[in-house]
Design a protein around this ligand. Structure first.
Ligand code: MTE
Ligand code: HPA
Ligand code: MOS
Length: 774
């Protein structure tokens, strides 16, 4: 699918912007993945006598609990106990940002799938059978499923947030063109392959160890301690790896771990709770659906002079991470464009859906879809292509974002122009136009999608990490950090860093599990910042060890420290190999009683943000890129294929090109899925209809683009990126937004009466209806 070199005759230009996969280190996890040896929560060797738990959840989206009868369930042979809010020794509250979310419902239920009780039994099968025997009586209350309805009823999570730059009102009055409209983007199911789960085991003295599939071990630890009413040091969280998180386990891995721990606390026995797919789909939150409205004003020469937007975020029944996600929507509301007058507002609307949560892009994609829609609308009305408006407004060096940060090392135009030349976009556009002239039953569409994504947790205090590095006396190395491996390859990157600094083979480096007793008070692995934050901490710890070891070496070899380097497991003096090997050096250090352990703390410098003014410099840097997407629509059926996606992506100086390419391709496909085929559906009672893989379609091998080409943009990278290798986890998801507009352009080519709608996902049904709209 991927080609390192595009088919183009512009080889000289190409060389300027490309490099081969020279730094390709295989993801170390691939060895155990392909053998089926990788360990997940469900693979933990459980202790004898372990109990198994199943969650009893609300069968209604909103109502008062009149009565619950557990007696038949409790009487079932093999059922140990059923826990409810009454069994909570601490507080029944798990909200991460706002204290508005009970672990178990008390007197009311707020969403379909809301946990009410935990059934603990000898086997999971028995617990499931018992669940069928619980009888509940609920007095139903009105159900809100959409953000608009919530807004109309004044149902909000918190106060609205607004960013503003310049004066939009005044500017609109002086614009040549002003357009307004509405957009909708639906939610998205994370569909991590490994469902949510945890295994809790009692240690001595009332201590509990939890093996959790979480992106945020400290959140799990802190929340468990709070709910159990005990100190954090009594709770140990251990994470080996996740079978995918995608944001869905940043906050929402917590309740299951807390429940398992609660049962362990009472029973003094191990308890395993792993959700099956149906339970996971029903009980967990997803990407936030957004209903938005925009107003865009342009000058005669198509400069966007003013942009105004109101984002209605469907937050679900509790805050979860919604306020932070809402904030990122504002940060990315103008995508890759410079707009001098901006006024954006986001409202986190409280509905009766499961609390929606982090999902790759964290609100950014939702914001970017709206401005891309506004541009498409303006282009359509003015009679130009979106590309013309996009190109006329790309960010430049020293442009100011609406939140006050000055854009530096901007690659928006560079990536755009590179994409145009490397992929010969003029020819591509001609091909599309020619095809459309010759064909009436099939139409092609093309769209450009530039992206600009800020790297750092938007909440400045979260931007820190630690690393604990041990060199063992045989010269092998063990590293603990806060990084959680979830498929993104962060462990391999950590190994590369240490192997490089110590100059030992990667086999000598082991990345330990992520454990709160070794690295405490961590931020979740999220915001695409895991490798930057934990990598920098690892670098600091390794460098400190090397400095210490150089002293030992200089004494042993009787030379000056500054002449010493480490190379290929030997000590070099003035770049000449000495007889002293790495392993011997470690032995000598041991004999000299030199510490072979180091702990380092890294906190991103320079970033700051003032929420009272909504201004600051929240991001360490931005990641840029441009994608060109082409599609062919079958105008008889409404079905479509993506012919190609061609991207120029700003990796900075990629430290692991194979891993980074995997991130770009995976994110792209996830973005295309969100925009085109993944359709979350709740009925008006708040019941999830798309509750299985038969009713919720995600991209498969047949729906991925025929050609996916990624060209690395040769850029300087950034000092705050690990080894100048820019964060890559989330940004490329937003290339997928182009898929929506490529489809829309194909529809436009077929149906001159098509009235542009911005309602994602653009499913084949919607395509078909648009093709024949009168
Ligand atoms: N890639 C895989 N394979 N699995 C995942 O769960 N999560 C994404 C992205 N890439 C994810 C992934 C999300 S939402 C984020 S924030 C980043 O990885 C987190 O890892 P990073 O900070 O190391 O990029
Ligand atoms: N990204 C992901 N998670 C977060 C962020 C963010 O920007 N801010 C707070 N939690
Ligand atoms: Mo990613 S949404 O920040 O876990």
């Amino acid at each position: 699918m991927h080609k390192n070199k595009p088919h183009t005759n512009l080889d000289s230009k190409l060389d300027a912007v490309t490099k081969s996969l020279k730094n390709s280190v295989k993801n170390r996890d691939s060895y155990t993945h392909v053998r089926g040896e990788s360990l997940y929560v469900d693979d933990v060797n459980i202790r004898q006598g372990t109990f198994h738990a199943v969650v009893y959840d609300s069968p209604k989206a909103h109502g008062k609990i009149i009565s619950i009868d557990y007696s038949k369930a409790e009487a079932l042979e093999g059922v140990e106990r059923i826990f409810t809010y009454k069994d909570i020794p601490g507080v029944n509250e798990i909200g991460g940002i706002i204290a508005d979310e009970p672990l178990f419902a008390e007197n009311e239920v707020h969403f379909w799938g809301m946990p009410i009780a935990l059934i603990v039994a000898e086997t999971e099968f028995i617990a499931r059978q018992a669940r069928q025997l619980i009888a509940i009586e609920i007095e139903e209350l009105p159900v809100i499923t959409t953000a608009k309805e919530a807004k109309a009823k004044g149902s909000f999570i918190n106060a609205p947030r607004s960013f503003s730059l310049g004066d939009t009102e005044k500017t609109f009055a002086n614009c040549e063109y002003v357009f307004e409209g509405e957009t909708f983007s639906n939610g998205q199911e994370h569909l991590y392959i490994e469902t949510q789960g945890a295994y809790a085991e009692p240690l001595e003295n009332g201590n509990i160890k939890i093996t959790s599939s979480t992106q945020g071990p400290t959140a799990v630890q802190a929340t468990t301690a709070r709910v159990l009413g005990i100190a954090m040091h009594k709770i140990e969280i251990d994470v080996t790896r996740l079978g995918g998180g995608f944001g869905g386990k940043e906050d929402q891995a917590t309740p299951w771990a807390v429940m398992a721990a609660l049962a362990t606390y009472h029973l003094n026995q191990s308890v395993k709770l792993v959700l099956n797919r149906h339970d996971d789909l029903r009980m967990t939150g997803k990407r936030h659906p957004y209903e938005s409205s925009y107003k865009i004003g342009l000058s005669k020469d198509l400069k966007i002079l003013a942009y105004q937007a109101e984002f209605l975020q469907n937050s679900g029944a509790a805050a979860d991470l919604s306020p932070a996600i809402a904030e990122r929507t504002l940060f990315h509301a103008t995508n890759s464009y410079y707009v001098p007058n901006v006024s954006t507002t986001v409202l986190s609307c409280k509905t009766n859906l499961p609390p929606n949560t982090a999902f790759r892009g964290f609100g950014g994609p939702q914001g970017m879809f709206v401005i891309e829609s506004a541009i498409a609308k303006a282009a359509h009305e003015i009679g130009v292509s979106s590309k013309t408006i996009q190109e006329a407004n790309l960010l430049d060096e020293n442009d100011m974002f609406s939140y006050g940060q000055i854009a530096k090392q901007v690659e928006a135009k560079n990536s755009w122009n590179s994409a145009k030349s490397v992929f010969n976009s003029d020819a591509l556009e001609l091909e599309v136009a020619d095809f459309n002239k010759l064909n009436s039953d099939f139409k092609k569409g093309i769209a450009f999608m530039p992206i600009t994504f800020g790297i750092s947790f938007t909440n400045t205090p979260m931007n820190h990490a630690r690393a604990l590095v041990h060199i063992y006396l045989d010269g092998s190395v063990g590293i603990s950090t806060a990084a959680v491996e979830m498929g993104q390859g962060v462990n391999t990157k950590m190994m590369q860093i240490a192997a490089d600094i110590f100059s030992v083979p990667i086999e000598k480096i082991k990345i330990e599990t992520t454990n709160t007793t070794r690295v405490a008070n961590t931020s979740p692995s999220a915001a695409s910042s895991t490798a930057d934050l934990n990598g920098k901490a690892t670098q600091m710890a390794c460098n400190a060890l090397v400095e210490r070891l150089k002293i030992v070496a200089s004494e042993a070899l009787d030379v000056s420290e500054i002449d010493i380097t480490l190379q290929d497991e030997f000590i070099y003096v003035n770049h000449k190999k000495s007889d002293l090997s790495w392993t011997e050096l470690i032995s000598k250090a041991m004999l000299k009683r030199v510490a072979l352990t180091e702990n380092a703390h890294y906190a991103t410098p320079e970033i700051h943000f003032d929420k009272t003014k909504e201004k600051g410099h929240p991001f360490a840097y931005h990641v840029y890129g441009t994608a060109i997407i082409t599609t062919t629509v079958d105008c008889t059926r409404g079905t479509y294929e993506f012919d190609s996606v061609k991207m120029v992506h700003d990796y900075g100086k990629s430290m692991s090109e194979g891993i980074d390419l995997g991130q770009v391709e995976g994110a792209l496909i996830q973005g295309i899925g969100w925009m085109t085929m993944e359709e979350i559906a709740y009925n008006e009672d708040g019941k999830l209809l798309s509750n299985a893989l038969s009713t919720y379609k995600i991209p498969d091998l047949f729906s991925v683009p025929k050609i996916v080409e990624t060209i690395p943009l040769e850029t300087e990278g950034h000092e705050q990126a690990i080894l100048k290798s820019k964060a890559v986890g989330e940004p490329p998801l937003m290339y997928g937004i182009g898929a929506y507009f490529a489809l829309q352009n194909a529809i436009k080519a077929f149906n001159p009466n098509y009235n542009l709608k911005f309602h994602a996902p653009m499913t084949p049904e919607k395509v078909l209806m648009s093709l024949y709209q009168k």
